[in-house]
Every structure is written in structure tokens, then in C-alpha cells.
Write a protein that binds this ligand. Structure first.
Ligand SMILES: CC(=O)SCCNC(=O)CCNC(=O)[C@H](O)C(C)(C)COP(=O)(O)OP(=O)(O)OC[C@H]1O[C@@H](n2cnc3c(N)ncnc32)[C@H](O)[C@@H]1OP(=O)(O)O
Length: 411
């Protein structure tokens, strides 16, 4: 088995192989549904080839930036287009590609990588852990009456937005620049969010990148007319449903205004908000708390740490404390014991031979890294071992994020 990097000349064979792996028929790479492939960086992809040179596996990586807790922005390769032909599965092709790719990422100086998993059973063995989560919230319009917002009379807490800005429907052609700018402001402040390279927007201006269907777009502007949020949505069956793909808001009041706009839409019987983070405040803003039905609760962004000290010192921290972490990395055959010391929002992470507070697999460290999974959950689940009774409580306080991490980018 040979794993080799690809060039632009390999695009067709790469797309052909990954389509076969996903059970789809080839499309013309730069048109229609094949558009997605034109966003690939061919110099960040690999092909797995049999001894006689037949391509049987593919893997790639996008060059993203990831926002960490504390609004630190770091490079994050986004692993994508992973597939092995059905005829060559369970023979170690993916394992060989993952080993090659992780080595290559380290050689480039990356200290973490991320992906979206087609199945939750695939990537844990390679050191990835689920780190952000997503849900759908469905609200029947006849039950969408707003709750009076108790704090709004006395404080600057979220209000309906009407008095604080405006909502405007845009023609989808030509609004890409505004959306790109709003998305960029949003993702820089949102832990777990990924950058969207300019060419993604250029490919499909006015729609969530790489969305095949037409979308309506509403933009929210602040009192000075500056765009500070948008929602992209479509109308259709079943039962005259309005489906919001993305609600991008630079603060909570903007989300409220956009949500009110779609919930007031005539000729619609229900509104589906896709990609909301768990425990989203929208349900609290409805007079009928039970009107918002949660579904599609699942993992979204998976994180893999490649250099534990660099990763831990890169993010911001919101409580002081000290923990000794004993980290196993079975796939790469590595082990490290780290003293993590947090003071005034910054961490120091050095090797130590002190007794550990927590023993954990690198995949579990990936899960807790962005603050979206409490270490105590994984202690109670039986994955992380706490060596003293208060270690999990301290770890929960330390790994917490200033804002719950969330990612809605699909790649
Ligand atoms: C980031 C992304 O692109 S996600 C998209 C992933 N791709 C797909 O879902 C496309 C359809 N599936 C495939 O192409 C293949 O089945 C792949 C890529 C998931 C797996 O490739 P393979 O070459 O079969 O994997 P490989 O042989 O290296 O398996 C390594 C181990 O993972 C296990 N494994 C592989 N795939 C799966 C799976 N889908 N579910 C559970 N376990 C799996 C194997 O059993 C093996 O376990 P072992 O080490 O205990 O024996």
C-alpha cells in the first residue's frame, strides 16, 4: 500500500474514488453537486494506492482557523473527504492514511486537527474526540408567542431587537460579501467556530457555502446600519416548513431579532432552526416553554490534539488551578505526564513526574479541550480516571469556556 500526496492533476481520480467510497456516482468536479470538490486543496490531499497503482482510498484537509476559548485563533486542519473503496475495507487502508496524515500535520507544525465524522465509531481510535454538539429546534408557529423578557425593562439584556436595529431581506446574488464579513466577526468571538476561506464564499455567494439549494437571506443591521447578523432559510414541505440553515449573530439580541423574523413569517406552519447549540436560550424566549422541540442532538466537531502542551497553552482559561494530567496516545504509541498550571487566564504546561490527578486518553482530552464536554461526564462514564475525589470538579472549573463552544460549518 502506497500513500502519496496529490496534485491538481489528481482531482478527477480523487473525486471518482471518494464518490465510489460514499456510494455516489461521479459528477463533473466544478459543476452542480460537484462544486464542493472545487473547495478542496489538492496539495493537502492523499491517495492510497495498491501495489499495482490502483487508487483505493482518499483523505484531505482544509486549512481553517479555529477559535479557542478566550478568543484565541489558531490554525486547524479540517480533515475531510475520507473514504476507502468497499472492496478494500477493513484491511487497514484508513489506518495507514490516518498515520500518514497525522505525521504530515505534525511535520507542518500543527498542534491539533478537527473533523466531522460520518459515523461516531470511526475516529476515536485515531485520537479524535467529540468536542462540540448540535441540535435542531422545531417551533410550531401557532405556539411561537414570545415570552415577555423579564430583564429587558431594566437592563441591556436581550430584547426583541426591533428598537435596536433592522432586518432586511437581501437578494441572494451579490450579498456574499456582507455575509462573509458578518460570519467572520461572529466566528472570531465564538469558541469552536471555523473560518470559511474566501473562495468558499466566492463559489456560492448568498448561500451557506456549498449548499446546493436556493436560500433566502435576511440580514440584521445595528442602529447605525452596520450588518451584525444574518439568517439563511428555505421554505418547503412538509407542512409549509421554514428551515433556517444558519442563524449567525454577533450577539444575543441579534439572534432574538432574526428568530422573531422567521417565527412571524406568514404561510408557514413551523420553523426548524438547524444547528443550534445545546441549551440555546430560544426556548426560554417562548411563552410556551414546551413549544420548542429538540431533535437531531449529535456530536459535530471532533478534535485531535497533536501537541498537548502547545494546545493547552494556546487557549484562554477562566479559573486558576493546577492539575497533573497523565495522557495516553495509543494510536501514536505516546505517553506524557503534564503539569497544567493556570493563573490569570494563561496556562503553563510542563512535563512532570508528580502523581497524576487525572489519567486520560488523548481522545478524551480532545473532547474536553474546547470546554464543550465536562471532564466529570467522562469520569462518570468511566473513560477518565480521577485519582482524588475533587480532581473532576477542579477539572470542570478549569476546562470550562467563557462561551459554550459551537461549530456550524459543514465540510
Ligand atoms: C472526516 C470524514 O471524511 S468522515 C467520512 C468517512 N468515510 C465514510 O464514511 C465513507 C464510507 N466508509 C469508508 O470509506 C470506510 O469504511 C472507512 C474510511 C470509514 C474505514 O476505512 P477502512 O480502510 O475500512 O478502515 P481500517 O481497515 O483502517 O479500520 C481500522 C479500524 O477501524 C474499524 N472501523 C473502520 N471503519 C469503521 C466503521 N465505519 N465503524 C466502526 N469501526 C470501523 C475497523 O474495524 C478497524 O478496527 P480494528 O483496528 O479494531 O481492526
Amino acid at each position: 500500500m502506497e500513500i502519496r500526496p496529490t496534485t491538481d492533476e489528481d482531482l478527477e481520480v480523487f473525486v471518482d474514488t471518494v464518490h465510489a467510497a460514499f456510494g455516489r456516482f461521479p459528477e463533473t468536479p466544478l459543476e452542480g453537486g460537484g462544486l464542493w470538490w472545487s473547495a478542496l486543496d489538492m496539495d493537502r490531499c492523499v491517495l492510497a494506492l495498491t501495489a499495482d497503482g490502483r487508487p483505493v482510498g482518499t483523505a484531505g484537509a482544509h486549512s481553517f482557523e479555529l477559535t479557542l476559548p478566550g478568543e484565541t485563533i489558531v490554525p486547524a486542519p479540517g480533515v475531510t473527504a475520507v473514504g476507502v473503496l468497499p472492496s478494500h475495507r477493513r484491511q487497514g487502508v484508513l489506518s495507514a492514511m490516518m498515520r500518514h496524515q497525522l505525521g504530515e500535520l505534525r511535520a507542518r507544525g500543527e498542534f491539533l486537527s478537527v473533523l466531522l465524522a460520518s459515523e461516531a465509531t470511526i475516529y476515536g481510535r485515531f485520537g479524535y474526540g467529540p468536542a462540540t454538539y448540535t441540535q435542531e429546534l422545531t417551533v410550531p408557529r401557532h405556539r411561537a408567542a414570545p415570552a415577555p423578557l423579564r430583564a429587558s425593562a431594566t437592563t441591556d439584556a436581550p430584547v426583541t431587537g426591533a428598537a435596536h436595529g433592522s432586518v432586511e431581506m437581501l437578494r441572494s446574488a451579490g450579498c456574499g460579501e456582507i455575509l462573509e464579513e458578518v460570519y467572520d466577526r461572529y466566528r472570531r468571538a465564538q469558541p469552536g467556530a471555523l473560518s470559511r476561506p474566501h473562495r468558499w464564499w466566492a463559489l456560492r455567494a448568498g448561500q451557506p457555502p456549498i449548499s446546493p439549494a436556493p436560500r433566502y437571506v435576511v440580514v440584521h443591521r445595528d442602529a447605525d446600519g452596520v450588518p451584525d447578523g444574518y439568517a439563511s432559510y428555505s421554505l418547503g414541505e412538509p407542512e409549509t416548513t421554514l428551515t433556517v440553515d444558519e442563524t449567525i449573530a454577533t450577539d444575543a439580541t441579534v439572534f432574538t431579532a432574526l428568530a422573531r423574523f422567521v417565527l412571524n413569517h406568514d404561510l408557514v406552519s413551523r420553523v426548524v432552526f438547524k444547528h443550534v447549540p445545546p441549551r440555546h436560550p430560544l426556548r426560554w424566549q417562548l411563552a410556551d416553554f414546551r413549544a420548542g422541540k429538540v431533535s437531531g442532538d449529535m456530536d459535530w466537531l471532533w478534535v485531535r490534539l497533536l501537541d498537548v502542551p502547545r494546545a493547552l497553552t494556546a487557549r484562554g482559561w477562566f479559573a486558576d488551578g493546577e492539575l497533573v494530567l497523565d495522557v495516553e496516545d495509543p494510536f501514536l504509541g505516546e505517553h506524557g505526564r503534564h503539569l497544567l498550571t493556570v493563573r490569570d487566564g494563561k496556562a503553563d504546561c510542563v512535563p512532570t513526574d508528580r502523581e497524576p490527578d487525572l489519567s486520560l486518553d488523548v481522545r478524551d482530552l480532545g473532547s474536553v479541550y474546547l470546554g464543550g464536554t465536562a471532564p466529570s461526564t467522562l469520569v462518570h462514564a468511566g473513560h477518565i480516571r480521577a485519582h482524588r475525589p475533587d480532581a473532576a470538579t477542579l477539572a470542570d472549573a478549569l476546562f470550562r469556556s467563557d462561551r459554550a463552544p459551537h461549530c456550524l460549518h459543514w465540510f
